[in-house]
Design a protein. Structure first.
Length: 315
């Protein structure tokens, strides 16, 4: 039976293939071989493989449970039947368990990331939902990959509509749908209370950046304002979490892990660059403030030394 490392390597191979074929589609070169492989094909293959393993494990688990039920029913048999049948029947569940192919958070995340590369947001979120329903606790990397999938979803939807010559005049804008769903996923993470559950995934700066990236690619006229609100929420949530944790530590919570104290989240270069991108895409009445806001963000980056102008040739 393949172990977890083997599963990781196979899934990662398909993920990397999805990444390289996506890059080749965006930046084609004459050296790129035309073997019929696309990012969609690679990501779908990873998804199919994961689903196959999940179905196989579920089948084995059902067989094990049924076998245990049969063992319990055999307790009503006479002593001779128990002596002759007990040993092989007890070995079957163990054999079944050995047939289970291990799936951990990393395996699921690899598939989600592969689907994310080609904008398969619904499938990526479906895997996230399967993890939650099975009792697993996806980490922040897993959540971030799912949110990133929504940032690439609008482009895929528009391509499909063009290929099908679909009249989308009455449809909800894909960019708006994606941004709303990314925001909803972030809200789910913010609702979780890490003070009560230390296994819960806490959003990181990369999580908030992923949501801002969704807004920058959404085409929403007020994307700049909405993205800045994400940054505001990041700061407020971070301060609130740190305050609650420090309060518990000073309040005599002996069972609290000091290493769990939240570090204040601050915008990084990616955050501010994405914010400028959001403002550069703002239109209509919201576009009037775009230049002023972008200039203020750029000045802030210079002040905190995140970005410095390139030296002149004479220096």
């Amino acid at each position: 039976m393949p172990n977890a490392a083997t599963v990781h390597m196979v899934l990662d191979a398909w993920r990397l293939l999805a990444t390289t074929t996506t890059t080749a589609t965006i930046h084609p070169t004459n050296e790129q071989p035309d073997d019929g492989m696309t990012a969609d094909t690679a990501a779908e293959r990873a998804h199919e493989l994961l689903q196959f393993i999940m179905d196989r494990n579920n089948t084995n688990d059902v067989a094990t449970n049924n076998n245990n039920t049969n063992n319990n029913n055999d307790n009503d048999n006479n002593d001779n039947e128990i002596i002759s049948n007990k040993q092989p029947q007890q070995l079957q569940p163990t054999a079944r368990r050995k047939m289970m192919i291990p799936l951990d958070i990393k395996a699921y995340t690899l598939v989600i990331d592969a689907l994310s590369k080609c904008g398969e947001a619904e499938k990526a979120e479906g895997i996230l939902t399967d993890m939650l329903e099975s009792g697993m606790t996806p980490d922040a990397i897993c959540w971030n990959a799912t949110i990133h999938a929504w940032s690439r979803w609008p482009r895929k939807q528009k391509q499909q509509q063009q290929q099908q010559q679909h009249d989308n005049a009455n449809d909800i804008d894909p960019g708006l749908q994606a941004a709303q769903r990314a925001q909803e996923l972030l809200d789910l993470m913010l609702l979780d209370d890490p003070m009560q559950n230390h296994l819960a995934a806490r959003p990181t700066v990369a999580t908030f950046n992923a949501v801002i990236d969704c807004y920058s690619k959404s085409g929403i006229p007020n994307a700049g304002y909405l993205a800045e609100d994400v940054v505001r929420r990041m700061k407020e949530w971070s301060k609130q979490q740190q305050h609650q944790q420090q309060h518990q530590m000073t309040g005599g919570g002996n069972d609290h892990d000091p290493s769990f104290v939240t570090t204040l989240l601050e915008p990084n270069t990616i955050t501010l660059t994405s914010l400028m991108d959001c403002w550069s895409r703002s239109t209509g009445e919201y576009g009037e403030a775009a230049a002023e806001r972008a200039e203020a963000i750029l000045q802030h980056m210079q002040e905190i030394h995140m970005w410095l102008p390139m030296p002149s040739a004479s220096t």
